[in-house]
Ligand binder design. Structure first.
Ligand code: GLU
Length: 507
């Protein structure tokens, strides 16, 4: 039996905002590691300098922190296999590319960008696939077509080159994916991927294999979009002599658009009005800002719970899980093969559930910045009382203000039309007496306000239903909000009377 300690990794390239699919990949890695008492490594795959984006690495780390996912090893934290940034590991890769060349498994390619372009154009016109592969390489400038002397001369003259893998012809490669089961590839259809670039940096293909090996990764979970690269990686593991150490792979299903039509993209979020990134992301190149789940008012526990179930069936009826509960239940064979449709309403349902579960004191801390933005000064005690009254109505933390502003400020407008629809002389005299009775009251508690209200109803001979709604509208401005006597109690006697007066004056 294999007794190797479980080691998994999340290996993002710091190229921009963290898509919820990326967060789900981290999450499944993390849950799997926790379940098996293993280690979770964060490795930054930043070897593609042309795609590097300033600030993206810090942003990814902050996203993980917000989600409550702490790597055991990372660029920040260090660890036994440091450094964890591939750009700092550059010296590791060239020797393996060289080893592959020496073993005849890879070759130098000296083709200039112009020559590659000519090749692509030619094959496109002829209707072939325009890739650098077992067919086209015979017509290109590489160490398979040039003589050893020619190659040595080019190398001695520092001619720029890349190193490509030499894909064998007509081999079938097989591996067992933890989600998909047996997967096979025909090597003839795979192109000769670049392993080492002209700048001496490895490509993703070489770096991911070398680092998964050196970092003793036992299980590699990544998005389905990487499945076509698997044959290249399989061969690299074999050619480098590490086949017995190859991690088990799982290629995670895509997160689909709500209508199920293709992968969910940032643009779908913009179009349909929901976030797709974990946190707000500002692209430093364009200054374009994209909203995140955090800033839209999601609690991290809800976000993580929702994401975990987007593709994984825990096998029980329960839907709300803490991270520990999910880790205890997690298994890859319960992850679906097919894509999972993103459902924003369901995401909000999760958030609503978590808002209800979260302690009001804790919610107050999260909501304070919203009040500060509006220059509202409120005591903690009042804020906590308001939260207790309105949390049930909030699916997002950001809905707090629209559900509760009337506790903090006098509504600027009130829906007088809705009051007028049922307005009568009886109603008018009821509200006049109500004011008088409120002014005279010594006890401004919820129950006493209600008693005064009920007694005034009897005296005025008005139906309760005809008095309640106008009363609510006078206090909050519209037909919404929590219990009206609770509102009156919390805004206070003076403010309640003032709002009644203002409303009566405008009717
Ligand atoms: N660097 C790859 C990415 O950006 C990682 C893929 C993998 O996990 O192998 O997604």
């Amino acid at each position: 039996m294999d007794t190797k300690k479980v080691r998994v990794r999340f290996a993002p390239s710091p190229t921009g905002g963290l898509h919820l699919g990326g967060v789900r990949t981290v999450l499944y890695n993390y849950l799997f590691a926790k379940k098996h008492g293993g280690e979770f490594v964060l490795r930054i795959e930043d070897t593609d300098q042309s795609r590097f984006v300033e600030g993206a690495e810090e942003y990814i780390m902050k996203c993980l922190e917000w989600c409550g996912i702490e790597p055991d090893e990372s660029p920040l934290k260090g660890g036994p296999f440091a450094p964890y940034r591939q750009s700092e590991r550059k010296a590791n890769y060239a020797q393996y590319a060289q080893q592959l060349i020496n073993d005849g498994k890879a070759y130098y390619a000296f083709d200039t960008p112009e020559e590659l372009e000519v090749m692509r154009e030619k094959y496109k016109m002829e209707g072939h696939s325009a890739q650098y592969d077992n067919r086209t390489r015979a017509f290109m400038r590489n160490s398979l077509t040039l003589t050893a002397d020619e190659v040595n001369t080019l190398l001695a003259a520092n001619t720029p080159y890349v190193i490509r893998i030499k894909m064998p012809v007509g081999e079938t490669l097989l591996f067992t994916d933890m989600i998909r089961g047996a997967v096979s590839f025909d090597t003839s259809l795979v192109d000769d991927k670049v392993l080492l670039k002209a700048d001496g940096m490895p490509t993703y293909h070489l770096a991911v294999v070398v680092d998964d090996y050196l970092m003793k990764i036992t299980h590699a979970f990544r998005g389905e979009e990487w499945l076509p690269s698997a044959p290249v990686h399989l061969l690299l593991w074999r050619y480098l002599g590490w086949e017995n150490d190859m991690p088990e792979w799982a290629h995670l299903p895509l997160i689909l658009k709500p209508d199920g039509n293709g992968k969910l993209s940032k643009r779908d979020g913009d179009r349909l009005g929901f976030p797709v990134f974990a946190m707000d992301w500002i692209d430093p190149r364009t200054n374009e800002q994209t909203t995140g789940f955090r800033e839209r008012g999601f609690l991290p526990e809800a976000f993580v719970n929702m994401l975990a179930l987007l593709g994984w069936n825990p096998g029980v009826e329960q839907e709300l899980f803490s991270m520990e509960e999910m880790a205890a239940l997690f298994s890859m064979d319960r992850v679906h093969k097919g894509g999972a449709k993103f459902d924003y309403e369901k995401a909000k349902w999760f958030n609503h559930q978590y808002i209800q579960k979260t302690d009001n004191v804790q919610l107050a801390e999260l909501i304070k910045p919203q009040l500060a933005d509006k220059n509202i000064i409120a005591t903690d005690q009042k804020l906590i009382q308001v939260i207790a009254l309105v949390k049930e109505r909030c699916h997002l933390l950001n809905e707090f203000w629209e559900q509760s502003y009337f506790f903090f400020v006098t509504p600027q407008t009130i829906d007088t039309a809705a009051i007028q629809a049922k307005w009568s002389d009886t109603a008018k005299s009821f509200f006049q007496s109500l004011q008088t009775n409120f002014i005279a009251s010594a006890d401004w508690s919820h129950d006493n306000i209600e008693t005064i209200f009920n007694n005034t109803i009897i005296d005025a001979g008005i139906k309760k239903g005809e008095a309640m709604l106008p009363f609510r509208i006078m206090l909050v401005g519209g037909k919404f909000g929590p219990g009206v006597f609770a509102i009156a109690e919390l805004i206070g006697k003076e403010e309640t009377i003032k709002r009644l007066q203002n409303a009566l004056a405008s009717l």
